[in-house]
Design a protein around this ligand. Structure first.
Ligand SMILES: [Fe+2]
Ligand SMILES: [Fe+2]
Length: 484
């Protein structure tokens, strides 16, 4: 199935051998739900439904083991088209994505018209709104295909990066194909569409309708599209499971991560060792950074800066490993922030700042679900806290901020200031450190700042790449407080 994973020995010991990949990936899938505008647990619920359909049709266990991770990662590419979608509709793309999931958008009619009116350029003046609506209508097919293409290619590549097989990657790639050939990106028809993708598309629709409209409406919706969107045999399998209520069992559980873990084929259970955990964190950092072109490589940039400081401090290898993972995932809650805010070139309103300030809270909510990440999740969620208590979101003070949290705060500010943002260009290194010094020691830890400065001097030539034009920089925006 995948080279970087291993199957557990009979004497499997989580403390020694690692953690189950199912626990880690299902916990992190909550971040994908945020970007898709879906309720928390959508990916996990889709996985539970899809696995039940797979068993109902008698899928071999080896294939079930692959399908399991394809279902959990079906939306791995979702952040990569967020910026493009925002530029097309000029409106909140998370809401637009969320509301699209229960619409039959392939039919031209009142439903698709109402959807466009509700989601295109909603805040724009009347004439601009009409112009945008007409442009979206004229280019609907081409742009839909482009959006799916971006998403499915990125999703497949993220699955490969984690070490999953080609079967998993291609299932994610073909998620949006329809039985009648009317889907995207390749217009595959019938059995040309991988079986995994057919199950995944059906399962995700059932999960969406179940939460919004209930089980009866969920079954009705897929039966209405049977033979058009969905494989009729799979719809029949879902129907017989639904009639005995087996399809919906435990989908409202308070511990969905445990419920979905129980559905991974036992004999094929995957274990994530230290290297695999790093691969998973690197892959999710890519998902986070793909949300906006202006935060491209932010997570890996913060991780590099944090590791540099930690090495200057002579921290233990295990502490550096954990700090690096916290840095890679610190902005995972950013997936909840619409691109209307992330890419806004002007100053944010108070309401928009309110949305931004919630992202470390979501970081904590997502990461605390991952087994073994309890301490790491607190460090990651504290990256906007300041020693003087003026940070957010818990307004922690010096006594509550440990060394890893202090390092991460400095690394985050450093990368945010030295990288280009929609509201200003990147800054030269001297300016970046000049600004950071103004916040130390009252808000940022002075020893961390000094350690970073020393490490940057030691890396020498890298300084050149950090220097960028400040010609368009507005000094009023130059606060050492990154937007994300
Ligand atoms: Fe942040
Ligand atoms: Fe950040």
């Amino acid at each position: 199935m995948r080279e970087s994973f291993s199957n557990p020995a009979s004497d499997f010991n989580p403390a020694k051998d690692g953690v189950r990949a199912a626990h880690v990936i299902s916990a992190l899938s909550y971040a994908l739900d945020l970007t898709e505008g879906q309720p928390p647990g959508h990916s996990v619920q889709s996985c539970m439904i899809g696995m039940r359909i797979a068993r109902q049709i008698g899928m071999p266990v080896d294939a079930q083991a692959d399908l399991y991770y394809a279902l959990l990662l079906k939306d791995a590419g979702c952040s990569s088209n967020a910026s493009r979608l925002f530029h097309i509709i000029r409106s909140d793309e998370i809401k637009a994505k969320g509301d699209l999931k229960d619409k039959d958008w392939t039919k031209v009619g009142w439903e698709s018209l109402q959807y466009a009116v509700d989601h295109v350029a909603t805040g724009a003046p009347f004439l601009e709104r009409v112009r945008t609506l007409l442009r979206v209508a004229a280019k609907q097919q081409v742009e839909s295909c482009e959006l799916v293409q971006i998403r499915c290619e990125r999703g497949a590549s993220i699955a490969r990066r984690m070490g999953f097989s080609e079967a998993v990657a291609s299932a994610i790639h073909s998620l949006d194909e329809h039985w009648n050939g009317g889907g995207y990106p390749d217009g595959l028809r019938g059995e040309q569409i991988p079986l995994f993708s057919r199950i995944m598309n059906l399962a995700q629709t059932l999960a969406v309708f179940l939460v919004v409209h209930g089980p009866g409406a969920a079954l009705h919706a897929v039966e209405k599209r049977s033979g058009r969107w969905y494989d009729p045999d799979l719809v029949k399998a879902a129907r017989s499971l639904a009639l005995s209520n087996a399809l919906w069992l435990d989908l409202d559980s308070r511990n969905l991560v445990a419920q979905v873990a129980a559905l991974e084929p036992r004999e094929k259970m995957l274990i994530a060792g230290e290297d695999t955990l790093d691969n998973i964190c690197d892959a999710f950092a890519e998902v986070i950074d793909a949300k906006s072109p202006f935060t491209f490589r932010h997570s890996s940039g913060v991780a590099d800066a944090a590791v540099s400081i930690a090495k200057q401090f002579g921290m233990a290898k295990s502490q550096i490993v954990s700090l690096r993972r916290a840095a890679l995932l610190h902005d995972i809650g950013k997936l909840s922030v619409p691109n209307t805010i992330l890419e806004k070139p002007d100053k944010l309103t108070n309401e928009e700042w309110g949305v931004v300030k919630k992202h470390p809270y979501y970081t904590l909510e997502i990461l605390r679900r991952v087994p073994g990440f309890a301490e790491l999740s607190d460090v990651a969620a504290a990256h906007h806290e300041r020693l003087d208590g003026r940070g957010y979101w818990r307004h922690w003070e010096a006594a509550q901020l440990n060394t890893p949290a202090r390092i991460l705060a400095v690394a985050d500010v450093f990368d945010a200031l030295s990288a280009r943002r929609p509201y200003r260009d990147g800054l030269p290194l001297e300016t970046v450190f000049g600004m950071i010094h103004k916040d130390a020691p009252q808000a940022l830890d002075a020893e961390c700042v000094e350690a970073l400065e020393v490490s940057k001097v030691e890396t020498g030539p890298a300084l050149v790449t950090l220097s960028r034009s400040v010609g368009q920089t507005r000094t009023s925006e130059l606060v050492s407080e990154p937007r994300v």
